[in-house]
Ligand binder design. Structure first.
Ligand code: SF4
Length: 409
């Protein structure tokens, strides 16, 4: 399998999902890391057992070239994961594609904070290195029916409320970060996100960031906060001086009219102009390529998306991309996923543009996670995989489960 074939495989798995046999499921949750819907339920079909935690899917799956992919359930998929002897095998149309592995399950998933909260309800791991915290699984836009049409943060929270804490306490976050980053060095970096706050501001984020400062004094660890754009320069200034390494104000859609239609809350509460302005402010306050903005790839024409990539990257902002998936509980549930070849073409062109305009995004520091995410934990995205086609690199080494075997190339 070539690198391009492995990236193509990851693309198809993200768009199409898979099924998994009962015997392969038996390897999850012990040695293999189970899925926690920490923010979105990123799957086109509900998987009974994952949301309620009784029979969870694996979280991510390791493909050849040390490439992790998010595991998404789709009973109609051509892909199936099965146990064959001691090996876990990925099949496509009944034919073996490759062996796969699960990331190793961290011990802290079974530990509790001093308040009695199970740590995995507070924070979870993507890939084998990225600690993820959704500090507030509510989004104010839903209460006004102004939510982004591809988003299911609130329905997902309602379905999975017994398994994820909605509003995380500062002390709980402190204790899980200490456990996973400082004391046991399981995760080298942290990504925090939340839905739109009730006042359209930073919500309880400042309190959490202040709470993490003693840990940051003990040891440097990159933190990215993926939140709605700030209301004013003062908020951006506070955020960028709070110890974070990068911010992500995700604009999602570049075309003005489609932005307004698909992300009505973002347009009405913040506005496209202010959104871009807040990215410019963060760019001026952080190290190069540490102001990020994500696009959902598949909901607007390639031309307008690439125009956005060109504009942002030529202005020092690092555009990142997530392929669109019609998630359960969203307004777009049941829509077809984008075509894999189209996704490939857009990512290839976008990555070329970013390399031309913002070569700093391809630095070693960023590759190793200084934007709070790295190639090993961006399991729902492809942009790092395409960056690796331009600047050849190995993905970071990882800790995989004993319950599965070496992937082969
Ligand atoms: S701002 Fe949009 S994408 Fe973010 S949580 Fe709210 S509805 Fe979802």
């Amino acid at each position: 399998m070539t690198l391009d074939e492995a990236i193509k495989l990851k693309t198809e798995l993200l768009l199409e999902g898979l099924t998994i046999t009962e015997d392969a499921m038996g390897t999850v949750g012990e040695g293999g890391l189970e899925k926690v819907f920490w923010v979105f339920e990123m799957t086109p079909f509900e998987h009974k057992g994952s949301g309620d935690g009784s029979r969870p899917l694996p979280n991510d799956m390791l493909l050849p070239y040390d490439m992790y992919v998010d595991v998404r359930y789709n009973p109609n998929s051509r892909f199936k994961v099965s146990l064959s002897g001691n090996s876990i095998i990925l099949l496509k149309n009944g034919l073996e594609v490759c062996e796969v592995r699960w990331p190793k399950r961290p011990d802290f998933y079974d530990r509790k904070t001093s308040s009695g909260e199970l740590m995995k309800k507070v924070a979870s791991v993507r890939g084998d290195c990225g600690l993820r915290i959704c500090f507030d699984n509510a989004c104010n836009y839903f209460s006004k029916n102004e939510q982004c049409k591809f988003c299911n943060i609130v329905p997902s929270r309602q379905r999975n409320r017994k398994h994820v804490v909605t509003v995380k306490e500062t002390q709980d976050i402190y204790e899980v970060v200490k456990e996973a980053i400082i004391d046991n060095e399981i995760c080298p970096h942290l990504a925090m996100t939340a839905g739109a706050a009730a006042d359209d501001g930073l919500g309880n984020l400042p309190q959490i960031l202040e709470g993490l400062k003693p840990l940051q004094k003990e040891k440097y660890f990159p933190v990215v906060t993926a939140i709605t754009a700030t209301r004013n320069h003062e908020e951006t200034e506070y955020l960028c001086s709070s110890g974070i390494s990068s911010v992500a104000f995700n604009i999602e859609i570049w075309d003005k009219e489609l932005f307004s239609e698909i992300c009505p809350g973002k347009q009405r509460r913040i506005g496209r102009e202010r959104w871009i302005q807040s990215l410019f402010e963060a760019r001026d306050l952080l190290k190069p390529a540490r102001a990020l903005s994500s696009f959902v790839v598949g909901l607007e024409p390639a031309e307008s998306l690439l125009e956005g990539i060109e504009f942002l990257s030529s202005n020092g902002i690092f555009p990142i991309m997530s392929p669109f998936i019609p998630m359960v509980g969203t307004e777009y549930e049941g829509k077809p996923s984008p075509d894999a070849d189209w996704i490939w073409d857009v990512h290839e062109k976008a990555t070329d543009i970013i390399y031309r305009n913002l070569p700093e995004a391809f630095s070693d520091e960023i590759w190793n996670g200084d934007i709070g995410i790295c190639p090993s934990c961006t399991t729902t995205k492809l942009f790092f995989d395409f960056m690796r086609r331009i600047v050849p690199r190995e993905n970071p080494r990882r800790r995989t489960s004993q319950k599965s075997v070496e992937a082969f190339i």
